[in-house]
Design a protein around this ligand. Structure first.
Ligand code: ZN
Length: 177
């Protein structure tokens, strides 16, 4: 049975460390970590979760975009474990969008991200993939990829004026609709 993992909060050194390459994705410890992270990201209404966020300093994250309470407009996808990701190329074009992070509760930031990226990674069956992501999925990928480099979204805002509490963010969203 998967176990819900505790999520490391900003200030925990594991979020800022160096992540290790996953030598063999097929090991039982990696496979059960993936199962735990899938359960944890669903439970927390996340659209992604990186291994350092559950105190595991390795190069692995979950992409799990779907509409939920925290991201009502997120596209639906089958949750996917991304192992040893590499960023192959990125578009010059950037887009600003609102992000939050399960490790930084209560805060949202207006973060510039590359609109298109080309990436390479392994899946839990050890297969290697090269994929292009655009828009929201490219954003989530870049957010999680940052986590496995020890970077968090507040490092990426152009100005601290682009940060907002979750409460004010929700108030702003409601005033738009
Ligand atoms: Zn995050």
């Amino acid at each position: 049975m998967p176990i819900l993992r505790q999520i490391a909060q900003l200030g925990q050194p594991v979020l800022r460390g160096t992540m290790e390459h996953v030598a063999d994705p097929s090991t039982p410890s990696v496979q059960s970590l993936i199962d735990d992270m899938l359960a944890t990201v669903m439970d927390a209404n996340g659209v992604g979760l990186a291994a350092p966020q559950v105190y595991e300093p390795i190069s692995l994250f979950i992409l799990a975009s779907r509409p939920n309470q925290r991201y009502p407009d997120a596209p639906m996808m089958e949750p996917l474990a991304i192992i040893n990701p590499e960023l192959l190329w990125k578009s010059d074009e950037k887009e600003q969008g609102w992000e939050g992070c399960l490790s930084i509760p209560g805060l949202r930031g207006f973060v510039p991200r590359h609109q298109r990226i080309g990436v390479r990674y392994q899946t839990r069956d050890s297969k290697m993939w090269e994929v292009e992501y655009t828009d929201f999925l490219a954003r989530v990928f870049q957010h999680e990829y940052d986590h496995v480099q020890g970077i968090v979204f507040i490092d990426r805002v152009a100005s601290t004026l682009d940060l907002m509490t979750e409460q004010e963010y929700l108030r702003m969203q409601q005033s738009y609709t």
